[in-house]
Structure formats: structure tokens, C-alpha cells
Design a protein around this ligand. Structure first.
Ligand code: MG
Length: 388
């Protein structure tokens, strides 16, 4: 029986993890649940799993939740804020932390979990982009595993089982292409509503916009490079509109190993929780004859400049990926708020990256500082130059 803490249980991945856990009651015990401010969803989850601890973002929600637990005769300890997250991430009873929280809040709890010698199932790609080398080194020092929950990285992980890392020729990261890979019109006219209509995955708003700009794939390329210890130029991106081959690994002998399945996030979540075991799931089986054909195309880096920015950031290394990630977050938020155009997102990220001076002495450990610098810079830039 594996005891898990889910940080971000009310989000899209968190809810699917809850769904996976509720169907695996013999193998998985939900020991702790943290949600941001969606107390209603959290209450339903607490009712279902009766975890020993729960945490919410602010104190007033925590007070209300405590009262609710008492009146429902539920013995869950309630915490709040950053300290609450870290409490849950380091609980002695917990074997594995499923980390889905975005931003520096998420990163701090991941670091706390690794230091407490917990395996971490990582659905938060931003933290690996921000502080990948540091996280992987810390995990190695503490003898714990960092397991990917992202569908592509879970695929790569599965394609690497039993293989030697130095025999990898390249990683082929597949991308659905988002809604615009075939679009030939004016990208600056793309509306929020159109960008939010993703063809194959239903996800949170930020990641859906990242999928439309292909920044999501850029972040994933960096994530793959960090997780599997291969240089960024050995990570190739291919558009694969069917979203059936979730990624592949090519070996030096010419073999390409791929992982295929229906697109369903519950599969990578379950594999992260149960590996090396494979357990039955509720996911529909693949019918390749029905699908008929699988297509692959090279992405157009000029149409999707965010891809260029991601490879550039990865090559520059140090805290540049953190700067890229933070300015992208600010730009995406502004796009969602209809303050800037779709094409401004990449422009803002590029300008912020170019403005960042990182000396040779700057360590990649300066990610928190670089992150907050980039946020402030990008916000000012939007106010001054981009606001519609
Ligand atoms: Mg993905």
C-alpha cells in the first residue's frame, strides 16, 4: 500500500489523480490533500478519503474547514499556506508526493518533499524548467525518484525502462500541435476563446494557451532534457495530431521505441503511482485499426517562436529557463485578461530574456531571484509597450 500526498488536488491533474486513487483503494492510500482556494471540491475529497491531513491556501478557509471537519466527525488535521504545503509534503507517513502546484509555491514544496526523502511524481513542468538541475541533483543526493506525470515524459520514461542512457540517440517528443499548427491566418488576431479550444486534451487555461503557442512543448523539451539527462539538441519535437504516440526514444542501433495509448492523463498518473507495476485501469483500450493512420510533421519554428525561445533558454542554461518560464506566465495571464495579442506572448518572453543579464558566476540556484525579476520586468514591459 503506497501512501500519497496530493498537492493541488482541486486542479485538473489533481482531480484525475483522485479518480485514479479512488479506483485503486487496495494499492493507494490518500494520506494528505492540499488545494488552493477551492474548498468545496476539497471537502468532497476529504469526505471520500478521510486523509490524516489537508491544507488550503489561506487561514480563513482553514478555519472554516476545521469547523466543518469537526461537525462532520472527520479527524483530518487542517493546515494552511506555504507551511501547510510543506507539512503535507514531509509527513513521515507519506511515501510519495504528487506535485501539481504551479510556480514558486509548488517548487518550494517539491524541494521540501525531496529533502524529506519522498519520491515525487511531478506534474509541475515549470519547476523542472525553473530549477531542473538543482531538483535532479537533490533527488540523487537523497536517493529518491522524480517520476514524470506529463504524458510525453511518462512515455519517454516507459521507453527507457531497462535501457542505458548513453545509448539514446535522440528523444522524439510528440505534440498534438494545438489548435493552430495548420493555421495560415494572422496569428495576432487569434482570440482567447479560439486559443482555449484545444483539439485533444482538456486542461487548465494556462497550459491550454501554452499548447496553442507551443510554449508547452518548449517547456516539455527542457523538462525532457533535465529528467533524462540528455542535451537539448538531442530532443526533437514532432507534431502528431492524433495524440496516440505520446513520445518515443531512438537508440543508437536505429530502434525507435514508442509508447501508445488513448490520450488520457489518468494513465501517466497511474503509472507514476504504481511503477514498476502495471495495474489494470479504466482507460479505454487502443483500437489502431479504427484510428487508421498516425501522422508526424516537423513543427514550424517561425510560426511558433516560443519553440525557438525554449531551445535558446536551454542552451544558455543557468537561470535563463527560469526567466523564460516566469515571463511566459505573466504574458499568458495578460493574454487571458485580453490585455495583449496572441503574438505578443513570444515577444514579451524574448524581450525579457534579452534584458536579463546573468553573469558567469550566476548559479542555476538563483532561480527564485531570476523568477521574480522576470515577472516584474515582464509586467512593466506589458504596461509600457504592449497594453492594447
Ligand atoms: Mg504534455
Amino acid at each position: 500500500m503506497k501512501k500519497i500526498a496530493i498537492l493541488g488536488s482541486s486542479g485538473s491533474i489533481g482531480k484525475q489523480a483522485i479518480d485514479v486513487a479512488s479506483k485503486m483503494k487496495e494499492d493507494i492510500c490518500v494520506e494528505a490533500l492540499a488545494a488552493g482556494s477551492n474548498v468545496k471540491v476539497l471537502k468532497a475529497q476529504i469526505k471520500k478519503f478521510k486523509p490524516s491531513a489537508a491544507s488550503v491556501a489561506n487561514d480563513s478557509d482553514a478555519k472554516e474547514l476545521k469547523k466543518w471537519c469537526v461537525s462532520n466527525k472527520i479527524k483530518t488535521n487542517v493546515y494552511s499556506g506555504q507551511s501547510g504545503l510543506e507539512k503535507l509534503a514531509t509527513m513521515p507517513k507519506v511515501d510519495m508526493v504528487l506535485a501539481t502546484l504551479v510556480g514558486s509555491v509548488g517548487l518550494k514544496s517539491i524541494i521540501a518533499a525531496i529533502k524529506a526523502k519522498k519520491d515525487v511524481a511531478l506534474a509541475n513542468k515549470e519547476s523542472l524548467v525553473m530549477a531542473g538541475d538543482y531538483i535532479m541533483k537533490l533527488a540523487e543526493e537523497n536517493g529518491v525518484s522524480v517520476l514524470p506525470v506529463d504524458s510525453e515524459h511518462s512515455a519517454i520514461f516507459q521507453c527507457c525502462v531497462g535501457e542505458r542512457k548513453d545509448r539514446i540517440r535522440k528523444i522524439i517528443l510528440t505534440a498534438s500541435g494545438g489548435p493552430f499548427y495548420k493555421y495560415d491566418g494572422d496569428f495576432s488576431k487569434i482570440t482567447v476563446e479560439r486559443a482555449l479550444a484545444h483539439p485533444s486534451w482538456k486542461m487548465g487555461k494556462k497550459i491550454t494557451i501554452d499548447s496553442a503557442t507551443l510554449m508547452n512543448k518548449g517547456l516539455e523539451a527542457i523538462e525532457a532534457s533535465v529528467l533524462f539527462g540528455v542535451p537539448i539538441d538531442k530532443v526533437e519535437i514532432l507534431i502528431h495530431p492524433q495524440s496516440i504516440a505520446h513520445s518515443m526514444v531512438e537508440y543508437v542501433d536505429g530502434s525507435v521505441i514508442a509508447q501508445l495509448s488513448k490520450p488520457d492523463m489518468r494513465l501517466p498518473i497511474q503509472y507514476a503511482l504504481t511503477r514498476p507495476e502495471r495495474l489494470k485501469s479504466n482507460i479505454k483500450f487502443l483500437n489502431l485499426a479504427e484510428i487508421g493512420k498516425l501522422e508526424f510533421y516537423k513543427p514550424d519554428f517561425n510560426k511558433f517562436p516560443c519553440l525557438k525561445l525554449a531551445y535558446w533558454a536551454a542552451k544558455k542554461g543557468r537561470a535563463f529557463p527560469a526567466v523564460m518560464n516566469a515571463s511566459n506566465e505573466i504574458a499568458v495571464k495578460s493574454f487571458l485578461d485580453k490585455k495583449i495579442n496572441f503574438t505578443d506572448i513570444a515577444k514579451i518572453v524574448e524581450k525579457t530574456m534579452k534584458a536579463r543579464k546573468i553573469s558567469k558566476n550566476t548559479l542555476s540556484e538563483d532561480f527564485f531571484e531570476s523568477d521574480s525579476w522576470a515577472r516584474t520586468y515582464a509586467r512593466n514591459l506589458i504596461e509600457k509597450e504592449f497594453k492594447l
